[in-house]
Ligand binder design. Structure first.
Ligand SMILES: Cc1cc2nc3c(=O)[nH]c(=O)nc-3n(C[C@H](O)[C@H](O)[C@H](O)COP(=O)(O)OP(=O)(O)OC[C@H]3O[C@@H](n4cnc5c(N)ncnc54)[C@H](O)[C@@H]3O)c2cc1C
Length: 398
């Protein structure tokens, strides 16, 4: 049976990580927002302390009914609620926090997970000519003896400069469409792989976002994630790309969890600032007696809780090995949107205090924007959910 209450163990992890977030991340939030591209060295200590916590740590624990309660995905999203309450940008800039790690753990062979699972891995999908339409990528991978040769350009790679490993989407043969798209592990420092540019950004300025070029970049033949075969029949082709896309089932709930964390931070800070002005939330007050500000805060709290429950559900399903593509997209759509709405509304509610750099509310609003864009935009998540609900294929509903 599904139970979305946090287990005692996850609650304990959450409380501990919140302490780190408050005392070891928040004090550096503004510094690294201003000093874009400088390395947040202080986060190395936080990364060390949460080493086990990020992955959820420890074995899965089945209940008497046979379901898993203390799984790694639930542990990961719970940790992210707290870390991103601390600071999304600093979390993303922390060693070992790469989205590529989730991909390796989701689709890597046991040997690959053992070899690369603990690396700091970034995810390289987006290209100058390809964003949401990820089936259209142009980076190529050519088999040559015991190696693959990669050629192409990737842009907007989060952690692209600081990471030590890249998960790169490339096509074995563009004429064969999405069935020929595979993901490859490239270790940084491999000749032919070069960081060519760093972006200046609206938010998450503590994290680096890089362009990376691959020019006759040779990697070992074993560094392909999944099978190198290109299925001959339509059903097999559909399945093959599904395997690559499966990565997103594991990366979307964590990104949604980041939105839950930063929007909680905005709500907590707004409530504190409003309380200083005499506006306090009393949950037992009759709805008819509410001021407009109170009503708005209650509405945001309700939306926040709904989004959080969707994230927990998608993570719980992943831990229990239940297919969760639709739920992963649902939670990303809801949390991404709610995260943007809440953080921006909090700026408006607190007016000059919200807009000024004396507090972090304006930064929370800037940082949250990306969480509704990367790992699939709001519109793309809605499209995926609609396809699942209506039973339509990607060619039937575009
Ligand atoms: C700070 C930052 C970090 C990033 N990190 C990474 C990373 O680590 N790895 C990586 O690979 N990429 C990363 N990205 C890229 C990100 O995933 C893409 O920006 C995103 O997928 C959207 O692609 P696009 O920018 O090309 O926009 P487009 O795909 O061109 O979309 C433009 C607009 O059209 C909408 N749209 C597109 N198709 C449809 C449709 N069928 N129906 C309705 N609306 C549609 C989109 O929702 C969007 O609003 C990052 C981007 C940024 C800004």
């Amino acid at each position: 049976m599904i139970n979305l209450e946090l287990s005692a163990r996850h609650q304990e992890t959450f409380d501990q990580v919140m302490m780190l977030a408050e005392h070891m991340m928040r004090p550096y939030s503004r510094k690294y927002d201003r000093e874009e591209h400088s390395y947040p060295r202080e986060m190395e200590e936080v990364a060390k302390l949460i080493g086990g916590g990020r992955s959820g740590g420890g074995p899965r624990e089945p209940t008497p009914e046979g379901t898993v309660v203390n799984g790694a995905s639930m542990g990961a999203v719970t940790g992210l609620f707290a870390l991103c309450w601390g600071d999304v940008g600093l979390f993303l800039g922390m060693p070992g926090s790469g989205l590529g790690n989730a991909a390796i753990n989701a689709v890597g062979t046991p040997e690959q997970v053992k070899k690369f699972g603990k690396c700091y891995a970034a995810m390289c999908i987006t290209e100058p000519g390809t964003g949401s339409d990820s089936a259209n990528i142009s980076t190529t991978a050519l088999a040559d003896g015991d190696e693959w040769i990669l050629n192409g350009e990737k842009i907007f790679v989060t952690d692209g400069q600081r990471c030590d490993t890249l998960v790169v989407w490339a096509t074995l043969d563009k004429s064969l469409g999405k069935a020929a798209i595979k993901s490859f592990i490239v270790e940084k420092g491999t000749p032919g792989c070069e960081v060519t540019r760093l972006e200046h950004k609206l938010g998450i300025r503590a994290s680096d976002t890089a362009s990376i070029s691959f020019s006759d970049c040779r990697i070992p033949r074993d560094n392909i994630l999944g099978s190198p075969e290109i299925a001959a029949d339509a059903e097999g082709r559909k399945k093959a790309f599904g395997g690559v896309m499966q990565t997103f089932d594991n990366t979307r709930p964590p990104v949604a969890a980041m939105a839950i964390g930063v929007s909680r931070a905005a709500l907590d800070m707004s409530r504190q600032l409003l309380e200083e002005e005499g506006i306090c939330l009393q949950f037992d007050k009759k709805p008819l007696n509410l001021s407009a500000v109170e009503a708005e805060l209650y509405k945001m709290e309700a939306e926040w809780n709904a989004a959080k429950l969707l994230v927990l559900k998608a993570a719980w399903m992943a831990d229990n090995k239940l297919p969760n593509s639709m739920e992963a997209s649902m939670c990303k759509a809801k949390a991404g949107r709610v995260g943007n709405d809440i953080t921006l509304r909090c700026v408006a509610l607190c007016q000059s205090l919200g807009y000024s750099e004396n507090h972090l509310l304006e930064k929370f609003a800037r940082d949250s924007k990306i969480l509704d864009i990367f790992e699939g935009t709001q519109q793309i998540q809605q499209l995926i959910v609609a396809r699942r609900v209506l039973g339509k294929s990607s060619s039937e509903l575009k």
